[in-house]
Ligand binder design. Structure first.
Ligand code: ZN
Length: 512
């Protein structure tokens, strides 16, 4: 049914940042048919039933895009603190002890991210589904969760065929021989296995209901063999698909690049044909000035994940420099164990605040409007969906959210975008609409039975906590001191050409 959203404060998020103080939005056939001051006559002229949503007390905005998360971490929200990436990764993705879940369990895990997304005004998620087992059930479960909830989603097929010994610096020197032998024994899928798995998922799910995408997720350059990365580059071109890749998230990874490639990770990607406008670099923190210029020249995208970067102590993404160089910057929550939320309003707040630190030149600080742009058009561009979503414009998909002007954070209404970033919480989102379908109305989910799903998620997540997590802890335990030693050594390794904000203190690190 067509929908007429009446009399709202419309924030289009288009290139001119057009706003209508009391405007109408007409949605038909899943798209935005018109935007204007009064569309009652246009709605009547359709000659079909039209549902009217009274928005006189609402702000109407484009749906937010969460451009980077890992819904597979849903059962571990709040499980970790004070771990840098390399140590967190060992706990969350241990080489032994990862549970093999059923499709239904994968489905329920993804539901935690999907439902928090709808509740915080997200209409599209780019889900980097990092399930180590790489079984068909993982992606099938996640895909069904997005189909059932009504969200739009790009789901990656994770590609990761280099083990710890080949992707961490000093691993062969520091990890004891016996543990190295065990690590070498764990089976790793071949490039052909991965590409076959990708094609299976692509055939089954890509383009479903016009909402699902199956995209390429080489986990990180150092975690993929050269031929696997080259296969990705070729598929990205032949199928016009996004490549979604973690790049230079930590100082340790910058040291890794120097050790493995004798050049930076960005230079390595460019040489293999992976640095294009279809590529999204997740985090992209430890970049040299030359790297930034390269990413900008390629018109590549970067996902900025401020909550995760703060929690893991990873560093600060040079957002302004990247944008000035020509790169597109999107916003991501990152996974539920590193941020630990899928609430994009919280992520926008962090992004709007973080970049006011560290520079005396206040005119160059990041703003709330920058964070909003990253969370809308920036995300759309990272998904290669900039012509379909990211702003309210006639012809684009009807991905729309409504926020309640009576929320405390909107009183008085000075600037809806600033107040979205600084003042309100996700409870202010009343309606989430994707492709013209109302997924949440007055904060009630319409696409699924939320109470029933929540009960099932809670039971399954508790079982995971009780039975699976101890096995994960046991799988991580033997390697814990050695990964810590690798981390400390990497932190003490000089990195010429990089502004080293994380200079280790001699007492903290060198002494150990
Ligand atoms: Zn990530």
């Amino acid at each position: 049914m067509a929908i007429l959203i009446r009399g709202g404060l419309i924030v289009t998020g288009d290139t001119q940042d057009r706003r209508l103080p009391a405007g109408d939005l007409l949605l038909r056939d899943g798209r935005i048919a018109a935007i204007g001051p009064d569309l009652a006559a246009e709605a009547a002229a359709l000659g079909e039933p039209v549902e009217t949503i009274d928005a006189r007390q609402s702000i109407v905005m484009p749906g937010l895009v969460n451009a980077h998360t890992h819904s597979n971490e849903g059962f571990e929200q709040g499980a970790y603190d004070n771990l840098p990436l390399e140590l967190w990764l060992l706990e969350s993705y241990p080489p032994e002890g990862m549970p093999a879940l059923t499709e239904r369990q994968h489905y329920l895990r993804t539901m935690i991210t999907a439902i928090q997304s709808i509740r915080s005004g997200v209409t599209m998620v780019q889900d980097d589904l990092l399930h180590a087992a790489c079984t068909p059930e993982g992606l099938d479960g996640a895909a069904r969760a997005y189909l059932d909830t009504g969200l739009r989603a790009n789901i990656t097929v994770t590609l990761w065929n280099q083990g710890m010994l080949d992707s961490l610096p000093f691993a062969r020197e520091i990890i004891p021989a016996e543990l190295q032998r065990k690590l070498r024994e764990s089976p790793i899928p071949t490039t052909k296995d991965y590409i076959d798995l990708f094609h299976r998922h692509y055939r089954n799910w890509h383009g479903r209901e016009g909402r699902l995408g199956v995209i390429l997720g080489p986990c990180a350059p150092q975690r993929c063999s050269r031929d696997l990365l080259e296969e990705c580059a070729a598929l990205s071109v032949s199928l016009d698909l996004p490549i979604h890749c973690h790049v230079l998230e930590t100082r340790t990874q910058a040291v890794t690049a120097a050790a493995l490639y004798n050049r930076t990770m960005v230079a390595h990607l460019a040489d293999l044909g992976l640095l294009t406008h279809r590529t999204t670099l997740n985090h992209a923190i430890w970049l040299t000035a030359e790297d930034i210029a390269r990413v900008g020249d390629a018109r590549a995208s970067v996902t900025h994940n401020p909550l995760s970067n703060m929690k893991l102590g990873s560093g600060v993404c040079p957002v302004r420099e990247l944008r000035e160089a020509g790169a597109n910057v999107a916003l991501g929550s990152d996974g539920p164990t590193t941020s630990d939320t899928a609430d994009m309003i919280e992520v926008m707040r962090a992004a709007a605040l973080l970049h006011k630190l560290g520079d005396a030149d206040y005119e160059r600080w990041g703003t709330a409007a920058d964070a909003f742009r990253m969370a809308t058009m920036g995300g759309a561009r990272s998904c290669l969906a900039q012509d379909r979503i990211g702003s309210l414009e006639p012809g684009k998909s009807a991905d729309v959210i409504l926020l309640d002007c009576n929320a405390w954070g909107f009183i008085p209404l000075n600037d809806p975008v600033r107040q979205l970033a600084f003042s309100v919480h996700s409870e202010a989102v009343t309606h989430t609409i994707v492709g013209g379908r109302v997924l949440m109305r007055e904060r009630r989910l319409e696409s699924i039975d939320e109470a029933a799903i929540k009960a099932e998620v809670a039971e399954e997540a508790e079982r995971f906590r009780r039975e699976d997590m101890p096995r994960m802890r046991a799988g991580a335990a033997p390697l814990r001191p050695h990964i810590a030693a690798i981390y400390r050594r990497a932190m003490g390794t000089p990195l010429p050409g990089l502004p080293d904000m994380w200079q280790p203190s001699p007492t903290n690190l060198a002494a150990r």
